[in-house]
Ligand binder design. Structure first.
Ligand SMILES: *Cc1c(COP(=O)(O)O)cnc(C)c1O
Length: 429
């Protein structure tokens, strides 16, 4: 395929934007080469500036669960834009989307909207600290909760790909309140809790991890976290920025049958516009300003155009009773198709999949945490990635990212993908 125009655009971008991108993960650091520049997207497909078409397995890193430029969402955005784009004063739409979200996710009574997943997680931790009066937080190696300082300790994907798990600019003072445990290893968490009795405000976790590839939790791990939190007056925070409204109407917590104290949202909740949110039961949310003392605010929070996109997306997800089953069936079909191709070759691999999230790891071992995921960060992934991209199949450009399927993808797309994968692998020799 030709990438001439993308290449020119990337050069121009690099002159005025660090690395030419506005989010580190877009720069292809994990796979080499240059990103293509998107001209437009529709349904399951991306079209770049050179006129190439791609089957899109990222869905904007999750938000576009209904496919790109879904007509109802486009109409809602246009209709709202005509009425002005920001007022800095409440609108009815904010209450409507809050009612809908609260009705879909069982563990939350109230929800506050912000502008990104980063903001949601940052605010959730502040709320947990304010509510409990404690400072410490526990996170898991390879889990990602956005780029706020407290979380850039053993973060996943972007940070892992770049090889800077602890970013310069994060102070020792901040780092000392964040403890990192091993995902799927309850003992590693229990140890930290026991060594820091009375100090831990919350445990924040991706209930299904998606930032070291897709890594589902062991049931005893996630149930064990709930029990540990109850025993030690620690709040359990589920970061459902990826999984919320994606794995089920009620998110991963519905699928896993474990209720957190606070839930963070992002990605799908904005239907492709910049939205994040966090919710909890009433007594916790009451600590938030202006009801309570924990400060939180935002000039563009609850922005009417963003709320219109999010509300329309959630409404479609809530009313379409078949959508999650359909997405899961499609993803399983893709998984089986990839499995059938991969097992004809001499390359070790693992496929992790749950709901509409999946990832292929080129390693022998089962991938259950950050260390095992790291084994798949080898020469195979970039080669397969580029061989597929050249055939119009776009996977996440890092071995530490999950694929996010969207509802516009067809079985024909999966069959094409399997054929392309076969070609890609045979070209590796
Ligand atoms: C994407 C992501 C975030 C950060 O969300 P942004 O909108 O990129 O700030 C936080 N947590 C998880 C689990 C994510 O996948």
């Amino acid at each position: 395929m030709r990438y001439e125009r993308s290449s020119q655009l990337f050069k121009a971008a690099q002159k005025v934007i660090p690395g030419g991108v506005n989010s580190a993960v877009r720069a292809f650091t994990g796979v080499g080469g240059e990103p293509f520049f998107v001209e437009r997207a529709k349904g399951a497909y991306l079209y770049d500036e050179d006129g190439n078409k791609y089957i899109d397995y990222i869905s904007s890193w999750g938000p576009m669960i209904l496919g790109h430029a879904r007509q109802e969402v486009v109409d809602a955005i246009k209709e709202r834009a005509d009425k002005g784009s920001s007022y800095g004063i409440p609108t009815e739409l904010e209450t409507r989307i809050a009612e809908l979200a609260v009705s879909m996710v069982e563990s939350i009574d109230k929800i506050r909207f912000v502008n990104s997943g980063t903001e949601a997680c940052m605010s959730a931790v502040r709320l947990a600290r304010g509510y409990t009066g404690k400072d410490g937080i526990i996170k898991f190696k390879g889990n990602y909760h956005g780029h706020s300082d407290a979380f850039l300790i053993q973060a996943g994907s972007g940070a892992s790909t770049l090889g800077t798990p602890n970013s310069p600019g994060v102070t020792q003072g901040t780092a000392k309140d964040t403890f990192a445990a091993d995902y799927n290893d309850l003992n590693s968490v229990t140890q930290i809790v026991q060594q820091n009795k009375g100090e831990i405000a919350c445990i924040i976790v991706e209930p299904v991890a998606g930032n070291m590839g897709c890594v589902p939790p062991k049931p005893e791990f996630i149930k064990g976290l709930r029990k540990l939190c109850d025993q030690h007056d620690i709040l359990l925070v589920f970061d459902e920025v990826m999984t919320g409204f994606r794995l089920a109407k009620g998110g991963a917590q519905e699928l896993l049958g474990v209720h957190p104290d606070i839930t963070c949202f992002g990605k799908v909740v904005g239907g492709g516009l910049p939205v994040g949110a966090f919710g909890a039961r009433k007594e916790i949310m009451s600590c938030l300003s202006p009801e309570g003392p924990v400060y939180q605010a935002g000039t563009l929070s609850g922005n009417p155009i963003a709320m219109a996109a999010g509300y329309t997306t959630l409404k479609i997800l809530n009313e379409d009773d078949g959508i999650y089953e359909r997405l899961e069936k499609k993803t399983q079909y893709l998984k089986d198709a990839c499995d059938n191709v991969l097992n004809q070759y001499d390359i070790p691999y693992q496929i992790n999949q749950i709901g509409s999230m999946m990832s292929v790891h080129f390693c022998e071992n089962e991938v259950v945490d950050f260390d095992t995921a790291t084994k798949g960060n080898n020469a195979h992934f970039p080669k397969v990635f580029h061989a597929l991209m050249d055939q119009g199949i776009y996977l996440p450009p890092s071995p530490f990212e999950s694929y996010f399927l969207n509802d516009a993808l067809t079985y024909e797309d999966f069959d094409k993908t399997a054929i392309a994968l076969d070609k890609a692998l045979s070209s590796l020799g």
